[in-house]
Design a protein around this ligand. Sequence first.
Ligand code: HEC
Ligand code: HEC
Length: 93
Amino acid sequence: MTEKQKQSWRPGKRDLLFFGVIATVVLVLVLGTSERKTKPVPNDEVHQSAASLAACMTCHGAGGVHPQPKGHIQAGQCFQCHLQPEGWTGGKK
Ligand code: HEC
Ligand code: HEC
């Protein structure tokens, strides 16, 4: 590349399009993170005192009063995804 070619570079239409695409992708990823919240655990007495996975599953297992939806993940760390209720006492022993 000669010195003259280097100096004559200016962003053309294709460069602007490229930057536009990058900006859009970044924007989508940033906005997307806020959509990944699940429903919080309700702030009621039942949920504030339920202390174990077994307790949760008596109501949220198949056949409970409020079963998890079909295809729900079989992980035990409920609060990792569902916000823990305020004033949760289940952790105290
Ligand atoms: C005694 C039964 C019972 C127990 C135990 C229980 N739940 Fe619930 N849960 C319910 C009922 C009924 C609802 C739906 C009504 C409501 O919003 O209060 C509910 C709602 C929820 C919701 C929100 C679902 C929605 O539709 O918005 C989440 C999340 C949840 N429970 C998680 C948990 C977790 C985690 C535990 C254990 C720490 C737990 N529950 C223990 C009965 C129970
Ligand atoms: C890896 C994340 C994750 C974990 C861990 C998890 N859940 Fe969920 N759960 C979800 C998602 C996603 C939904 C879909 C509905 C939503 O919250 O938007 C859902 C839905 C539910 C619903 C139904 C809500 C409704 O719409 O009525 C209940 C009840 C529930 N989960 C209970 C539990 C319990 C109890 C545990 C622990 C044994 C648990 N979940 C662990 C991600 C998770």
